[in-house]
Design a protein around this ligand. Structure first.
Ligand code: GLY
Ligand code: MN
Ligand code: MN
Length: 454
């Protein structure tokens, strides 16, 4: 039988995380890892990814398992695979081994979990089979207990510990190589799919999964585009948002935009430099105590000012942002929390992203802001301003009328070869400022052009 053993520092980190949770929450907690979801028939499943809250405290990506935390006592629930299962899946570690690796005080088969769920708090998992079991097993929960648990977990996961930062850096290092490979492959690639393949090849060869579905597209204006069939033509921009996930589950999230021909056209370069100015301004300001919302508004102002300088927007940058005119071209937030999930803890809605008492604005220019908290040392966030020409926004009669005086539409037509640009880096907030974990991948236009030739 194969055996697992966690490095002693990781085991100590996991113990500390559980201990800190026990300090914050009264009463027992059960966290489920979840199960694979079937793709049309049970034996053909989507790639399994253990629930992130489970992973954070358990450290092992177990399938169909649960942990019960009660004070410092850890109980593992997982089944030993029947011997016959090895025919299809190979031999797997035993429950006894997994429990020892995890530092569990006791371990039982999953069927016994129902005897240990009275009054426990939990967090819902995404797969429907486990979610149904969670509901079935929990009939004695007090109202508010799950929310208190979610808030306690958020308090821990909001700031990365040393082990988490190391893992995000590991994932980021592979993502940086993937982006370099994508830039180099563009010279000979004829489709988006070929560039995607060159990028994901690096991630797969490192034996890692992607942290999210890759975006590799000449239609950067489709924000989460997941189509890769378009041919690459000289004169187009290619937007690549591709990030590896470390073996431990920690994510990275990088976007670069480069010219298919290897050289930005003058209009592309003009807009690129405006987006880069917004990106750089946010990173220069990112520090403990700074409101993330203010970074977003800073990006909006720098973008508006740059678009005024280019003659696309008309008016004072502050007035334009107050009217949400920037959102015609930058309709999303400047970024989000990054951790075990690429949009970290978004399974909890806005509970993690928004400080207590705060709610999403209904404003066109603020509605997609995913993070509205003061920055703290240890937070890992993305900074990802962009410029997009989205037909659904720019051709919308209501917006055309609302912003008739703010946009020089004839001037905008001269930037038709700029459908979408985004520049995205992963940023760790430190005690004095910030550290760009993805800084080894260039952002400056000349450096991108040079990397494409490398
Ligand atoms: N990769 C998705 C995002 O940047 O939000
Ligand atoms: Mn992102
Ligand atoms: Mn991204």
């Amino acid at each position: 039988m194969p055996t697992v053993k966690l490095p002693s520092e990781l085991a100590a980190t996991l113990y500390q995380r559980r201990h800190r949770l026990a300090d914050q929450i009264k009463g027992p907690v059960v966290l489920w890892s979840g199960q694979p979801s079937a793709r049309n028939f049970p034996a053909n499943t989507y790639r399994f990814r253990a629930n992130s809250h489970f992973l954070y405290f358990a450290g092992l990506p177990l399938t169909n398992a649960a942990i019960r935390l009660d004070g410092d006592r850890l109980t593992l629930f997982v089944d030993d695979a029947p011997l016959a299962a090895a025919l299809w899946h190979g031999p797997t570690p035993t429950r006894t081994n997994l429990a020892a690796a995890m530092g569990a005080d006791a371990a039982y088969p999953m069927a016994e979990l129902s005897q240990f769920t009275a009054g426990v708090a939990t967090v819902a998992v995404q797969d429907t089979t486990t979610a149904a079991e969670q509901l079935h097993l929990r009939d004695t929960i007090e109202p508010g207990q799950d929310k208190a648990l979610a808030e306690a977990i958020i308090a821990l996961r909001l700031c990365a510990d040393g082990a988490a930062i190391t893992e995000i850096q590991r994932a980021a290092a592979v993502s940086i190589q993937a982006h370099r490979a994508g830039m180099a492959a563009t010279a000979t690639a004829t489709t988006e799919a070929q560039v995607r393949a060159a990028m994901e090849q690096v991630i797969m060869a490192a034996n890692l999964p992607c942290a999210y579905n890759s975006i590799v597209t000449v239609h950067g204006e489709v924000l989460h585009n997941e189509q890769y069939h378009h041919a690459l033509q000289p004169g187009q921009l290619l937007l690549a948002d591709v990030g590896a996930e470390a073996a431990s589950g920690w994510a990275s999230d990088i976007t670069r935009t480069w010219p298919v021909s290897g050289q930005f056209s003058p209009p592309q370069r003009d807009i690129y430099d405006v987006v880069l100015a917004a990106h750089d301004a946010c990173i220069a300001e990112a520090a403990p105590g700074i409101e993330y919302r203010d970074l977003h508004l800073l990006a909006c102002r720098v973008l508006a000012a740059g678009l005024v300088d280019l003659g696309i927007l008309k008016g004072q940058p502050d007035d334009l942002v107050a009217q949400d005119a920037h959102a015609l071209f930058f309709p999303h937030g400047v970024g989000h929390l990054l951790g075990l999930d690429v949009h970290d803890m978004e399974d909890l809605g806005d509970l993690a992203g928004y400080a207590p008492g705060r709610q999403r604005s209904h404003r066109f220019g603020l509605n997609f802001l995913r993070l509205d908290r003061p920055l703290q040392p240890g937070m890992v966030v993305t900074i990802e301003p962009g410029f997009y020409q989205v037909p659904g926004i720019l051709a919308d009669p209501f917006r055309r009328e609302r912003y008739a005086d703010c946009v020089d539409w004839e001037r905008l037509a001269q930037f038709a070869d700029v459908p979408g640009i985004r520049i995205e880096d992963d940023v760790l907030i430190t005690t004095t400022g910030c550290d760009v974990l993805t800084a080894a991948l260039p952002t400056a236009a000349e450096a991108i052009e040079a990397t494409m030739k490398a």
